[in-house]
Ligand binder design. Structure first.
Ligand code: GRF
Length: 216
């Protein structure tokens, strides 16, 4: 990417959008390598839409209930993203399974954040899953999206200790803090071409220091 040109990013949400807000805030820095061109929700009632609009970001609703099947919804989504000249898609609490065809069209150009240390605890209720498994470390992962749910090359992870007395809510409260740090950092790496896909692995320009819980 030419120096100074920002990568055009769309953020896809379904709900509260606190990761989205973290990305919007990071992208306000003139030196940040990405600009948020569009926030798109599949749910008209997603609270994050108002927060994006307040920040002056174009928003779009594509209500999945108005489409007969996943393929037609994904086709509409794809058309919107392309019409907005989007180069990279960030899923941020986007609660729809995407078709393999859509994912293939955005291969290497779509990121997701998941509230666990993948490949542990895919799917939903990740904090409950972590407690049930008795792990001492939990956290979040940003990865490239592949057709398989919550799989795909991992860019970076952030971890938190699991404490005595933790419940799913207390874990969620601490993991989301790390999510809001991790996602903007990862988007900066990917948009700034400091993280790139090599086959099914991500190569990052700068090595992570030893022994840190927050690791890029
Ligand atoms: C986050 O925990 C994210 O990892 C998961 O859904 C939640 C969305 O939160 N996929 P928010 O909408 O970004 O506040």
């Amino acid at each position: 990417m030419a120096a100074g040109r920002k990568m055009r990013v769309a953020i896809l949400i379904s709900g509260r959008g606190s990761n989205m807000v973290a990305l919007l805030e990071a992208a306000r820095d003139p030196a940040y390598p990405a600009e948020i061109a569009l926030v798109l929700s599949n749910r008209p009632d997603a609270a994050g839409l108002a927060r994006a609009a307040e920040a002056g970001i174009p928003t779009q609703i594509i209500d999945h209930t108005a489409y007969p099947d996943r393929a037609s919804f994904d086709a509409a989504l794809d058309a919107e993203l392309r019409a907005a000249s989007v180069e990279l898609v960030c899923l941020a609490g986007f609660m729809r399974i995407l078709t393999p065809g859509f994912v293939a069209g955005w291969a290497g150009r779509m990121l997701n954040i998941h509230p666990s240390l993948l490949p542990l605890f895919k799917g939903t209720h990740t904090h409950r899953q972590a407690l049930d498994a008795g792990v001492r470390l939990h956290g979040c992962t940003v990865h490239f999206v592949v057709p398989e749910l919550d799989a795909g090359p991992i860019v970076a992870q952030a971890a938190i200790p699991v404490r005595q007395g933790d419940d799913p809510d207390s874990l969620a409260d601490r993991v989301i803090v790390q999510e809001r740090r991790l996602y903007p950092a990862v988007l900066a790496l990917v948009a700034g071409a400091r993280a790139r896909l090599e086959g099914d692995r991500v190569v990052i320009a700068e090595p992570a220091p030893e022994g840190v819980l927050f690791s890029l």
